[in-house]
Design a protein around this ligand. Sequence first.
Ligand SMILES: [Zn+2]
Length: 140
Amino acid sequence: MLREKLNRFMQGRYGADEFSRFLLAVMIIFWVISMILRIIFPWSRKFYVVWTICNYISYAAVIYCWFRMFSKNIHKRYRENVKYIKYRDKFLNIFKKNAINKDYRIFKCPKCRQKIRVPKNKGKIVISCPKCKTEFIKKT
Ligand SMILES: [Zn+2]
C-alpha cells in the first residue's frame, strides 16, 4: 500500500541520480565533521563557527538533494546531472594522470624536441623518436 502510494507520488518526478548521491555524500561528510568537532572541542568558540558552517552545508546538501529528487522539471535536473558528471570526470582525470606519470618518465628528443613517454626503472635503453626516428640512449 505504502509502496504503491510512494510510486504514485514519484511518478513524473525526477528521482535519484549520480548528483543526488554526491549531495548525500557531502551531507554525510559534513555531518560527521561537525559531530567530531562537537565531541572534541565542545567549548571552543572558534570551532563552534566551523561546526555551524558544517551543519548548514550538510542541511543545504540534503535539502537540495530532496528538491532534485521530487522535482518535476526532469530536463533541467538531467542537465544538472550531466554537468556534474563532466566536472567529476575532469576532477578524477587529474588523479589518473598523476598516477600514470608516476610510472613513466618524459624525455625530449634531442633533435626535434618531441616529448616521449618511457616506462620507469628499465635501466639504460635506446629510445627512438616516433617523429624524426632519431635514436638516443637514456637511463630510465
Ligand atoms: Zn625527434
